[in-house]
Write a protein that binds this ligand. Structure first.
Ligand SMILES: NC(=O)c1ccc[n+]([C@@H]2O[C@H](COP(=O)([O-])OP(=O)(O)OC[C@H]3O[C@@H](n4cnc5c(N)ncnc54)[C@H](OP(=O)(O)O)[C@@H]3O)[C@@H](O)[C@H]2O)c1
Length: 304
């Protein structure tokens, strides 16, 4: 049995993938399982699932700057408690972390910017990034085996709020003639469904006693700036007829769009280890096409 905390973007996509692959699982919304409630953690995990997948998180990056107590409670302290119970009960713990742990300037290697590897020192900036890093460290210091941390980046899906949905909404606003989007932050957009596929393969490997790593970097392949991502959303939206009119999108520097939390300028992670589990990781643009073909995403942003 697989237990899943959190029913946000990834939690929803995992349910879809596990249903399609006939896995036994139970997914708990926050109303049924609040991971900050240590009694509830003990109680629910006393049923001894084989796997715990923690997708629950405080993900409001800017809000975290003024709401740090809650961000640390969810992203760090609750994770420590879950890891301790998993250790006691011999439950395999799969936890999700973020590319935002790489906040420092990129390193140039052989004339190119180096993609962050799982062995590179992290450099979180801001409360969200620091709280997620602390959660990682708690797991590494509590568990010696039976855990895997997966860092991912720029998640989007048909569920919840995310960048593609915001861009579609803004482009569809008749009062808006143009859009300014940041061009000097580079990362890898990732469809939450593809990450769920990866996690299912990981669970399969572990269940079949195939050795796996303690840390993976998983994202879609290819890189993009937020500006590239927005342009692709517009192109695909127009092709699919979910947008009617092409608007001007202007690339702007980070300095022109100040936010409470600082974002990494280059958080592209090296996917080599993940490719031993998912051989051909699709390019982000290919998966963006799939996501924007889903009935659900069209209905959800049209209802805004
Ligand atoms: N989104 C991204 O761009 C991104 C990028 C890199 C890494 N990640 C990581 O990937 C993971 C999944 O992200 P996501 O995009 O699926 O996040 P999400 O859509 O924000 O979902 C997070 C879920 O956790 C729930 N939650 C919050 N506090 C909780 C608590 N105390 N107990 C139980 N559930 C709680 C939320 O419920 P409510 O909605 O009711 O609060 C929500 O359902 C997270 O670990 C995140 O840090 C995300």
């Amino acid at each position: 049995m697989i237990y899943i905390t959190g029913t946000g973007q990834l939690g929803q996509e995992l349910q879809k993938v596990f249903r399609d692959t006939n896995k036994s699982f139970q997914a708990f919304p926050i109303e049924e399982w609040d991971i900050c409630n240590t009694n509830q953690n003990e109680d629910i995990l006393s049923k001894n699932p084989s796997f715990l997948i923690n997708t629950a998180a405080y993900t409001a990056v800017d809000k975290a700057e003024s709401d740090l107590k809650l961000a640390y409670e969810i992203n760090s302290e609750a994770v420590l408690n879950l890891a301790q119970i998993c250790k006691k009960r011999n439950i395999y713990f799969i936890h999700i972390s973020t590319d935002f742990v790489f906040g420092k300037n990129p390193v140039v290697q052989n004339g190119n910017l180096k993609f962050w590897s799982t062995t590179d020192l992290s450099s979180p900036k801001g409360i969200y990034a620091e709280s997620k890093k602390k959660g990682e460290s708690y797991i590494e210091n509590t568990l010696t085996d039976k855990y895997t941390i997966i860092r991912t980046s720029w998640l989007y899906s048909a569920y919840g709020n995310n960048f593609p949905k915001t861009i579609l909404r803004l482009l569809n606003d008749p009062n808006r003639k143009e859009l300014n989007v940041i061009e000097d932050q580079i990362g890898r957009p990732t469809w939450a469904y593809r990450l769920a596929n990866f996690i299912e393969l990981l669970v399969q490997n572990i269940s079949n006693s195939i050795p796996v790593e303690k840390m993976y970097h998983f994202s879609n392949s290819g890189l993009a700036s937020w500006y590239d991502f927005a342009c692709a959303i517009q192109d695909i939206g127009l092709n699919k007829g979910i947008l009617k009119e092409k608007k001007s999108i202007t690339p702007i520097p980070t300095e022109s769009y100040p936010t409470p939390a600082e974002r990494p300028r280059f958080s592209v992670m090296d996917l080599t280890k993940s490719q031993s589990i998912m051989k051909n990781i699709p390019h982000w643009r290919e998966d963006l096409e799939y996501c924007l073909s889903e009935d659900l995403i069209i209905k959800s942003w049209m209802n805004w």
